[in-house]
Design a binder for this molecule. Structure first.
Ligand code: ATP
Length: 769
């Protein structure tokens, strides 16, 4: 079936589907990872994003460093005690490890193999019948490994495990699959659900290595790119953007820091989803591009407290203390490249496939040519020009191919007679690359180049900021407005969050996820690049709102905490409630006073004078009490007055009776009857009345005849005369009262413990009641 041309990657940020039309199968996510990185892991959505990855021009992709940016240590510094799941050590570290994998033939042609494969001896030879028929040489090929079958674990152990370990130890490493189309390159590198390939197994081993090295800390980041028709594409970029080669550096290239097998699985799936594949005459799902999955590994020996540089570190060099930060421990950096090359193929009638095939074949030819020259240079001690720049693939791989990496090549072949030419070509390539001389050295970086050191430096800086803010917080908060306090609180939260995020990106044996652990709590949250820009904006908006709400809550709590009076935390609730009530009252009164003061000064005065009012109220009550007391006194006086009136009446009666009695006595003495007496005026100067009147004026004015009469008077008369007149006995005050009933004042003063009534007549003496 003919295949249609896959078009360029769509420009939307959504998943690339390579616009496959009739005859071209849509891309499916490879399920191999699900098994390879099986078990409950970090749930989807917890993949960390790359916080401020360095820009590509200073990207620490180790194979792209210039000599002045790196220092080297000799390979005997390698920790050979490392046991990366008991993988083999490299036989020869200065040679490319070359393996041949023979793809199993279909049952139909299993009897018809053109090649004699001696797996145990790592030998392969074209069967003589085919050698003669094809006119090709029937020589025997020997390689480091020759593997058959479908067991990807065996292939991984034989071809890749040692290189993964080397990468973890600080050496740049490259593992790639080379072979004709449909020979099994993708199956070897990626595998499937049943047989996970080299990449998922390598990622598993990376985390296993970290777990087994408690004395080191690690930072991992990944990028994924493809070279399609001599154009480089970033497979992790959410939006297709042009990627350029500047020197041997790719700009811009997205690198994602990851902290769990689940996260790297997600990265791989995303990248694979963006790869161009199409159905060809030979492969239903043929890779139409070269893909490079690149893992950057930074590591450093752990120090007790990395926040303070070791005071005893080596002296500062003229260029500054570059290597010996954090207790003098240098940062190791290495790159592990896992490359799935597109397959060389024969001409096809499909125009687009033909065009692609030409590009693929050209770049593979260039690779072969470069390898040939490198091999000859190494064998003959020459230094002939190597045309790395003739293709994007060789240009990118230049640092590795020129010797600065440990290389493992898996050449996949089809043993069928129909593919003899291609297989011979592949085996020729394998033979040539075997001759290439390597000289990989461990890389130790200047501190500022390593992302791990940048993160550490940032953590140190942020911690310092946080300490300063916390120290100054109480004084500062008093000066700040509520709005400023809110901003301050938000800033502190942001700093803490950033510190945690950065810390979470640096892995140690204690913090690294294994396949069974749950999500890392501090990993930054996932950004799903399959989301539309609108969805992403919506998510961002929601996240910001949540953040704001939390900040507001924090601020409110902080403010409440600050305003809280000193009270024992374990004080009874009733006591706290009481205190709150009191404070609320105070606040109410104060705010009322303040508000009144601002709005209506008169009202404010009333409020502010509340104390004075209370004082006056008390005095009023006192006065009212006094008045009440006086009223009672007045009532008593009225009562006394009543009594006096009655007394006056009695006295009048007594007085009348006395007058009548005296008249009778007078009549008796003078012998006159009462009737005759009535007509006689009192002014005669005779009788008892006259005597009484005379007595009022005193004995001095009495006549001698009257005095004689006294002498003759009876003893009763004498006694009566000796008595003061009843009128005389009547108090003058009462006389006055009889004339002026109600005309008196109440004198509240107490004289000698007795209440006095004061006459309205000023010159009258006070009378004791
Ligand atoms: N060793 C193997 N065991 C079982 N199946 C295999 C093996 N090698 C390859 N296959 C199968 O053969 C088919 C083609 O393999 P694959 O896609 O890996 O080839 P390729 O070399 O990557 O091809 P291309 O260059 O076109 O991308 C796949 O269906 C794959 O599963």
């Amino acid at each position: 079936m003919r295949a249609e041309t896959p078009t360029e990657r769509p420009t939307s940020p959504t998943k690339i589907t390579a616009s496959i039309t009739a005859g071209v199968k849509p891309i499916k996510k490879n399920p191999a990872f699900k098994r390879a990185l099986a078990a409950p892991q970090t749930p989807l959505g917890s993949r960390p994003t790359t916080p401020s990855s360095p820009t590509r021009h200073d990207s620490p992709a180790a194979m792209l460093f210039t000599p002045d940016q790196v220092t080297t240590v000799t390979s005997h510094d390698v920790d050979v005690s490392v046991d990366l799941d008991d993988g083999p050590m490299l036989d020869s570290e200065d040679k490319v490890l070359v393996s041949v994998r023979v793809r199993p033939n279909k049952a139909s042609d299993s009897q018809d193999l053109a090649w004699d494969v001696k797996e145990k001896d790592d030998k392969i030879q074209l069967r003589s019948a085919y050698a003669r028929a094809g006119g090709a040489g029937g020589g025997e090929y020997r390689f480091d490994n020759i593997v058959t079958g479908s067991d990807n674990k065996a292939v991984y152990n034989a071809t890749a495990k040692a290189h993964v370990r080397a990468a973890m130890e600080g050496f740049n490493s490259v593992i790639f699959a080379y072979g004709q189309t449909a020979s099994g390159k993708t199956f070897t590198l990626t595998g499937d659900e049943e047989q996970p390939g080299i990449i998922p197994r390598a990622m598993k081993d990376v985390f296993s290595y970290i777990r087994k090295h408690p004395k080191r800390e690690f930072l991992l980041r990944a990028s994924y790119l493809e070279i399609y028709n001599e154009t480089i594409h970033d497979l992790l970029s959410p939006v297709p953007t042009p990627v350029q080669l500047k020197g041997t550096t790719i700009v811009p290239l997205r690198e994602e820091v990851f902290t769990s097998p689940q996260a790297v699985k997600e990265i791989l799936e995303r990248g694979e989803g963006n790869r161009r594949t199409a159905s060809t005459d030979w492969n239903e799902r043929s890779s139409r591009s070269h893909s490079i999955f690149r893992l950057v590994i930074e590591s450093r020996e752990l120090v007790a407290d990395a926040s303070t540089p070791n005071p005893g570190m080596l002296p500062v060099t003229p260029g500054g203390s570059r290597l010996y930060r954090d207790g003098g421990k240098p940062v190791q950096m290495s790159v592990l490249n896992l490359i799935d090359l597109a397959g060389s193929e024969k001409a096809t009638s499909d125009k687009e496939r033909t065009r692609e095939g030409r590009y693929i074949n050209t770049s593979l030819l260039t690779l072969g040519h470069v390898i040939q020259i490198l091999g000859e240079n190494a064998a003959k001690g020459k230094s002939d020009h190597v045309p790395y720049r003739s293709s994007k693939l060789t240009h990118i791989l230049q640092p590795c191919l020129s010797g600065d990496a440990r290389i493992s090549v898996i050449c996949t072949i089809n043993a069928a007679p129909s593919a003899i030419t291609e297989t011979q070509s592949t085996l020729g390539f394998a033979s040539r690359i075997k001759k290439v001389q390597l000289n990989a050295e461990k890389k130790e970086l200047i501190d500022t180049e390593a992302l791990i050191e940048r993160y550490k430096a940032e953590i140190r800086g942020l911690k310092k900021q946080l300490e300063e803010r916390e120290r100054e917080a109480p004084a500062r908060h008093r000066r700040l407005s509520l709005r400023e306090q809110k901003d301050e609180s938000k800033a502190v939260t942001d700093i803490s969050k950033r510190i945690n995020q950065l810390k979470g990106l640096i892995l140690t044996s204690n913090t690294v996820d294994d396949n069974t652990s749950g999500p890392r709590p501090v990993s930054p949250s996932k950004i799903d690049f399959d989301m539309s820009p609108h969805q992403l904006r919506e998510e961002l908006f929601q996240a910001n709102r949540k953040l704001e709400l939390q900040n507001y809550q924090i601020l409110s709590l902080e403010t409440a905490l600050e305003q809280r009076p000193l009270i024992a935390t374990d004080a009874p609730e009733s006591e706290k409630d009481k205190l709150i009530m009191e404070l609320q009252n105070q606040i109410r009164e104060m705010s009322l006073a303040a508000r009144s003061g601002e709005e209506t000064p008169a009202e404010a005065a009333i409020v502010v004078d509340e104390t004075a009012e209370k004082e006056w109220t008390a005095r009023l009550r006192q006065m009212e009490a006094t008045i009440a007391e006086k009223d009672a006194y007045a009532a008593e006086c009225a009562k006394a007055l009543q009594a006096e009136k009655q007394l006056r009446i009695k006295l009048e009666e007594a007085n009348n009776a006395m007058h009548a009695f005296v008249r009778d006595i007078d009549l008796y003495i003078t012998g006159k009857t009462a009737e005759s007496r009535i007509g006689k005026p009192r002014s005669s100067g005779m009788g008892a009345l006259a005597a009484l009147d005379t007595n009022k004026t005193g004995d001095l004015h009495r006549s001698s005849s009257e005095q004689d009469l006294d002498k003759k008077a009876s003893p009763i008369l004498k006694r009566i005369r000796g008595q003061p007149s009843l009128l005389e006995q009547m108090p003058e005050e009462l006389e006055l009262l009889m004339n002026q009933d109600d005309d008196f004042d109440i004198v509240p003063a107490v004289k000698g413990g007795q209440k006095l009534l004061k006459s309205s007549t000023a010159d009258k003496e006070n009378t004791v009641v």
